[in-house]
Write a protein that binds this ligand. Sequence first.
Ligand code: MIC
Ligand code: SF4
Length: 650
Amino acid sequence: MKNMTQKLISSHLMSAPAEQPKDEIYIKVDQTLTHDITAVMSYLAFEALNIPRVKTELSVSYLDHNLLYIDNKTPDDHIFLQSIAKKYGIYLSRPGNGICHTVQYSRFGKPGKSLMGTDSHTTSGGALGMLAIGAGGMDVATAMAGLPVRLKMPAVVKMNLKGALRPGVAAKDVILEMLRRYSVKGGVCKAYEFVGEGVKTLSVTERMTIANMIAELGATTAVFPADEVTREFLRAQGREQDYTPLYPDEGCTYDEEDEIDLSLLEPMVACPHMPDQVKPVREVQGLKVNQVFIGSCTNGSYSDIRKAAAVLKGKVVHEDVSVTMAISSRQIYRRLLSDGIIADLIDSGVRLTELACGACTGIGQAPATNGISVRTSNRNFKGRGGTADASLYLVSPEVAAATAVAGVLCTPDQVMDDVSVLGTIHEPDEYPIDDRMIIPPLSEEEAAKVEIIRGPNIKPLPINTPLPQEIAVPVALKAGDNVSTDDITPANAQFSSMRSNIPLIAEYAFNRYAPGFVPRMKELHRGIIVGGENYGQGSSREHAAITPMYWGIKAVITKSFARIHKNNLINHGVLPLVFADPADYDRIDELDELVIPDAPQQLISRTLTVYNKTKGSSFNVKAELSDDEVQTLICGGQIPYIKSKAGEQQ
Ligand code: MIC
Ligand code: SF4
C-alpha cells in the first residue's frame, strides 16, 4: 500500500528503495525544463558531458524571465539558447509565450511523470500529479543526459484538506497558512501530499498555486491526486489522452500528517522580509501602499486574473498606487482578451507588463524608496523587488486588487458590495490552443548541422579542482540565519543579464548582504563561509554556489542548509558542512584562520575536526553526505565526477 509520493518515486526509481526518509535514492527524470537565467550554466554543463541529444522524453527551454533586454547580454543568451535547443533536441518556448511553470503544466505536464527543472518552483507540476522537483543546472544537465539523478527520499506529509474556500479566500491563503504553521525551513526534505474532500473543491490552477509555493517551505515537492478535476483540466487543454489517475492506496501510511479546514481560512498576508511572516490581513489592514503587482507564476492563472478584475470592475486604481500585472501565459492572455477581461483591467488603470516573470524577481517595476509593495508572487526577501529598502507583502489576487483600489491593504469585502461573485469565477471549459510560439526539436540529421551561436557574454563554466589534502583558509564571511540565494546572487534585470558570465556576476556576490565580501576575497583568494540555519534558501540559482567557488570558497559551515543550494555546492565541489554543536557558531569570528587537515579522509569519515588557529581551539563538523556525494566532492564537483566514472568504465 503506497501513498502517491511513494508511487511516483517507485515508478522512477533507479536504485535500491529508501528504507527511511533522507536515504539517498536515484530517479529517472522524464521531463526537464530550464529558463533563460539558469539555462546557460545548465547547457554548458550538458555540453561538457559530450552527449549528442537529450535523452529525456521531453525537455523544454523557456525564454521567460528576463525579457527587458537592457543591453546585448540577454538577447545574446537567448540566441545561444535557441541554437542549443535546435542542436540537442529540445523544445523552445519563445519570449512572449509565457512563464515556464504555467506553460509546462498547461501544455506538457502529464500525471505520473517526473519533471526536474532549473527553478525552485518546478514543484508546480505537482498540481497535475507529477513528481516535480526544482534543482540546480548541473542536476538538470545530468537528467538531460539520461543519467539517474540523486535525491534524498523525502518524508511524506499527509495534508488532509476539509471543507471549501469561502469567496474572497484563495488557494494562496492555504499555502500562506502552511508557511505560518511550518516556516521557511519547515519543509526541508519533505513532500506534502494533499488528500481529503477539500482537494476536490480546488481547481488545477488553485492546486498549482499551492504546489508552486511549497518551495517556500523548503520542501522537495508537493503532490496532488490526478482526479476528475485533473482530467477536466487536461480536456480543456485538448490533452485528455495525457490523463492517468493517481490516488493514494487505501490504508497507506505517512510520516506525518496535518489538517486544514478550508472553510475556516481567511485572507492572509506574508509580511516583510520572509514568506513565513504570515498574519491575517485584518491585522495589517490599513497599511498605506505604493505599488501592487498582480500575476507571476504563482497567481497569474485565468481565474486569478478574472477574480482580480472582478474586484476592480467599474473602479479605477487608487491615485497613489502603481498597479502592474504579469499574466502568466499567452494562452491565458488570449482567453482573457476574448472574454473582455483585458478591457476591464485597462479601464481600471492596470498596467499590463510582458507575459514574463519580470517584476516578481526584480526585473523591472522596482518599488520607490522605502516603498510598500503588495504582490501576488511568492517571495518577499529583502531587496527582491529591486529596491533595497522596500517592503514586500505577499497576498492573493483578490486582496491585491482590493488594495489597488483602496490604496491601503484590505480584503475584497471592503471594496465590493457582494464578494459572492468571486465564488462564481472558474477556469474556462476550453483554453485557446496555439503552440506556434513553441519551436519543436529538429530531426537528428538537421540537428547535426546546427552551429551553436555563442555571444561575447557567454563565458566558460568554471570547473573546480579536486579537494586538496589540507584546507587552511580564513573565514571570509560570517552570515546569519535564512540567507537566501537572492542575498548571495541578486536577480534584477542587470544582474540576471550577467548569469552566463561568471567572472562578471562574481563581482556582485553578496553585494547587498555583505558588500565587503568581494573586495575581501580579492585579497584572500581563498576562504570558508560560516552561516546559520537554512543557508541558501529560495531560488535554485547555481550562481549562489558557483560565484563563491570562483572566488576560492572551499567550504560552507552552517547550522543547516536549504536542499537545492546544498546540492549546488556539492555539484560545484564546495564542502557543505554542518556544526556538530551549533553553539560553535558563536565561537567563530570573521577572518579566523581555520584548518581542516586530511580533508578527503576526514570527509569520508563524515565527522571532521576543524582547527581554529586564531582562537587556538577546535570543533567538529558533520558531513551529512552519501558516498556518492563524498566522491563528487573529492573529485571537485559533478562534471569531474561523471567524467572520472566514465573513465573507470572504459
Ligand atoms: C525565482 O523565483 O527566484 C527564480 C528567479 O525563478 C529562481 C530561478 C533563478 O534564480 O534563476 C528560482 O525560483 O529558482
Ligand atoms: Fe518567474 Fe517569479 Fe515564478 Fe520565479 S517565482 S519562475 S521569477 S514568476
